[in-house]
Write a protein that binds this ligand. Structure first.
Ligand code: AMP
Length: 396
């Protein structure tokens, strides 16, 4: 593998897999350009080195081939604004127009290809399709961490056509460095804070984390499955009845491995699912019939904050409650505040997964933590110890 830092881009065309899967409003304006801004340093590095750039990405989940709604054309204004360079566009990511435009690129120029997922071959990891993309360029840069856990044509398969001219971009490098820092030599105590909706989707990661962390908070919607499994009353809170054994095993395993497992003690409860519904605070294992827990309560917030503020390495994935509704975001805010305090005191904090990063952004605290990961699934799979196909394809 090559390095973006030392590679000679002079006169070369670099094809960069970026993550431009950004949210658009009904008029196709980009409503959050975080991912576009993240890709700029990598693009600028190639241009500054005397190369030209071909950008490829997916946008949304188009099911039926080319659809205007999912056209990457819509993001050009946001890209040009952030990059400060004019961007040409190819209506099709492969084919004669893309080839001609790519061949005509001069140093300093940028070409954006149409949505890769207009071809089923992309997600299938089709080799012929990958070869056509590869034929457009002299070197390949993967800068899309969010899709690195998928062996798609543009994220993985394409790398084989550039045995000596493949490398990570700065987004990828930053992600891998931040995660490795947490996994390889974490300063202790190391805490993982897991929230989100379900036990079933988090259990593998929780069990993997037991061998790495000193403290683990399991909260959010998982609270109620755990409390019900322990025989508590949870009203109509979200609950996965088929996960009771899993939840009990988790508690046992924490004991066996000497990990301090910290659970929610009280909950903000509502009887109607709306932001302005009347609330009451209940013990997490004694919620009246007809009521459901939607956030951690004040006692839990205090307890979690005390634990978090004393840790030196922090990994947070998954909100503490239904943070999308302002009235049930306070628990997640309390956790974010505690992470900020710990970070200020010198801890390294990694926030991962779409919802936790959305929380941090909602609270305007992105600069108060050490690292916001762009990857949800990719981050969790990497932490679980899986070799991500997109990472392996560059490294091997
Ligand atoms: P996940 O994708 O598993 O990380 O779950 C994130 C979702 O979990 C968010 O949309 C939250 O609204 C939701 N969530 C967190 N806590 C609760 C809860 N107590 N009750 C219902 N939903 C919750």
């Amino acid at each position: 593998m090559a390095s973006i830092e030392t590679y000679d881009f002079k006169g070369k065309r670099a094809i960069i897999r970026v993550d431009f899967n950004v949210p658009l409003d009904e008029n196709f304006n980009v409503t959050d350009d975080t991912r576009i801004r993240a890709a700029i340093p990598t693009i600028k590095k190639v241009l500054a080195g005397g190369g030209s750039v071909i950008l490829m990405s997916h946008l949304g989940r188009p099911k039926e081939g080319p659809t205007d709604k999912f056209s990457l054309r819509h993001i050009i204004p946001a890209l040009e604004k952030n990059l400060g360079v004019k961007v040409d566009f190819a209506d099709d990511c492969i084919g004669s127009q893309a080839s001609e435009k790519a061949a005509a690129l001069k140093p300093g120029q940028v070409l954006l290809l149409e949505n890769l997922r207009f071809y089923k071959e992309e997600e299938k990891g089709d080799e012929k399709f990958a070869e056509k993309l590869a034929s457009l360029a002299d070197c390949y840069i993967n800068d899309a961490f969010g899709t690195a856990h998928r062996a798609h044509a543009s994220t993985t398969i394409i790398a084989k056509f550039f045995p000596a001219d493949k490398m990570f971009g700065y987004v990828m490098e930053g992600e891998l460095k931040a995660i490795d820092k947490v996994l390889e030599a974490p300063e202790r105590p190391f805490i993982a804070i897991l929230g989100g909706a379900k036990v079933s989707t988090k259990i593998t990661i929780i069990e993997k984390l037991f061998s790495k962390v000193d403290v683990l908070i399991a909260a959010g919607g998982m609270t109620y499955t755990i409390q019900a499994a322990l025989g508590g009353k949870i009203g109509k809170s979200m609950c996965e009845k088929d996960q009771f054994d899993t939840a009990l095993r988790m508690i046992e395993k924490a004991k066996e491995m000497g990990v301090k497992l910290v659970l929610a003690e009280d909950a903000v409860c509502i009887s109607e699912f709306r932001n302005d519904a009347p609330t009451q605070i209940c013990p997490a294992n004694d919620i009246p019939d007809g009521w459901e827990g939607v956030d951690i309560g004040p006692k839990t917030r205090k307890k979690f904050a005390e634990v978090i503020e004393n840790c030196k390495t922090i990994l947070w994935n998954g909100p503490m409650g239904v943070f999308e509704m302002d009235n049930f975001a306070a628990g997640s805010k309390a956790v974010a505040d505690a992470i900020a305090v710990a970070t200020q005191k010198g801890a390294f904090s990694l926030i991962g997964g779409g919802d936790s990063v959305a929380c941090i952004n909602k609270f305007k605290m992105a600069d108060k933590v050490s690292y916001n990961s762009t990857g949800g699934g990719a981050l969790l799979e990497y932490i679980e110890g899986a070799e991500l196909p997109g990472v392996a394809a560059i490294r091997k």
